[in-house]
Design a protein around this ligand. Structure first.
Ligand code: CP
Length: 309
C-alpha cells in the first residue's frame, strides 16, 4: 500500500512503493494484453482530470485508466472552466470535493500546484506534471518499460539527452531511477542543465558519446521552446547537429539498449526518425506502460483511502 493519499512526486516516495506500483502495473499490462478492459476496482468512485496545460498521452491515459477500472470519469480543461472567470485552484479543488470527487489528476504550469491542492482537499491528488518540477507517473512508466525489458532497474545506465533544465520528466526519473539502483546520465547544452542536478545524483556527461556509451536506455527529451525565454541555443537545426542522438551512436550503447522518449517528439531534432521508428524503440510501449502505471496508482491510492479515510 502507498504511504499517502496523494502522489505528488517521486522525491519523497520509497523504493518499496515504486516497486509495488510497477508490479501492479505489470499485472494490469498482462491483463490488458489478453483483451480484458473491465475491472471494478474503482466502481462507484469518481476521477476528475483537471488539466491547465495541453496533453495527449497523460490526460487520455488517466481518463482510460479511470474508465477501465470502473470509475465515473470527468475531464475539465482550464480553457473551458470557471478558471477563465478568475476562480483559484483551491476554490476549484473545494468545488470538486463538494461534488464527491475521489481522485483528481492535475497538470498545472506552476511548480507545487498539486502539493497545494493535496494539502487543501481530502480528495486524492495525482500530479500529471507541474511546471518544471515533477511528472511522477511519466517516470514510473519509463521505469516500467525499462524493468520489463531488462528484468530489473538495479545497475542499469540510463542516458537522458535534451532539455534537462525545463524537464519535469528528467527530475522525476532522476529521483525514481536513483532510488531503484540505476545510474542516470544527462547530456545537453550547458545552458539546458540546471545547476545542482549533479548534486541530486545525476552524472553530467561531457559528450553525447559519453552519455550513450554502455547505456541500457537512451532517452531523448523534447526541446521545450514554450518554456524558454530565448537564447539557450542558436537554432533547432544546430541543436540537432550537435546534441541530438544519431543512428551511428546506437552501437556505443549496451547490447539490447532501448530508445525512449516521453513524447511529444520533435521528429529529427532530439532523435532521428530511424531511431524513433526502429527496432530498439520502445516509445509506443511507453504509452501502454503509462496507462498501466496510472491504473496501478489509482488502485493503490484507493486502497490507501479504504484503510485511512
Ligand atoms: N509525456 C507526456 O506528458 O505527454 P503529454 O504532454 O501528451 O501528456
Amino acid at each position: 500500500m502507498l504511504n499517502s493519499k496523494d502522489l505528488t512526486g517521486l522525491r519523497n516516495i520509497s523504493s518499496g512503493e515504486i516497486d509495488e506500483i510497477l508490479s501492479l502495473a505489470s499485472e494490469y499490462k498482462k491483463k490488458l494484453a489478453s483483451g480484458n478492459k473491465v475491472f471494478d476496482v474503482l466502481k462507484g468512485k469518481t476521477l476528475v482530470t483537471l488539466f491547465y496545460e495541453n496533453s495527449t498521452r497523460t490526460r487520455t491515459s488517466f481518463e482510460l485508466a479511470g474508465k477501465y477500472l470502473g470509475a465515473h470519469e470527468v475531464n475539465i480543461s482550464a480553457s473551458s472552466s470557471s478558471v477563465q472567470k478568475g476562480e483559484t485552484l483551491i476554490d476549484t479543488g473545494k468545488t470538486l470535493q463538494a461534488l464527491h470527487t475521489d481522485f483528481i489528476a492535475i497538470r498545472h504550469p506552476m511548480a507545487g500546484a498539486p502539493h497545494l491542492l493535496a494539502k487543501t482537499v481530502g480528495v486524492s491528488v495525482i500530479n500529471g506534471g507541474d511546471g518544471m518540477n515533477e511528472h511522477p507517473t511519466q517516470a514510473l512508466l519509463d521505469m516500467l518499460t525499462l524493468r520489463e525489458t531488462f528484468g530489473t532497474l538495479k545497475g542499469l545506465k540510463v542516458a537522458i539527452l535534451g532539455d534537462i533544465k525545463h524537464s519535469r520528466v528528467a527530475k522525476s526519473n532522476l529521483f525514481g531511477l536513483s532510488k531503484m539502483g540505476a545510474e542516470v546520465w544527462v547530456y545537453a547544452p550547458r545552458t539546458l542543465i540546471p545547476s545542482g542536478f549533479a548534486k541530486l545524483g545525476a552524472h553530467v556527461a561531457s559528450s553525447r558519446e559519453e552519455a550513450v556509451r554502455g547505456a541500457n536506455g537512451v532517452m531523448g527529451l523534447r526541446i521545450q521552446l514554450e518554456r524558454q525565454s530565448g537564447g539557450l541555443f542558436p537554432s533547432l537545426s544546430e541543436y540537432s547537429r550537435f546534441y541530438g542522438v544519431k543512428d551511428e551512436m546506437l552501437p556505443l550503447a549496451a547490447d539490447g539498449a532501448i530508445i525512449m522518449h516521453p513524447g511529444p517528439v520533435n521528429r529529427g531534432i532530439e532523435l532521428t526518425p530511424s531511431l524513433i521508428d526502429g527496432d530498439n524503440s520502445r516509445i509506443e510501449d511507453q504509452v501502454t506502460s503509462g496507462l498501466c502505471v496510472r491504473m496501478a496508482v489509482l488502485t493503490l491510492l484507493n486502497e490507501y483511502r479504504r484503510a485511512h479515510i
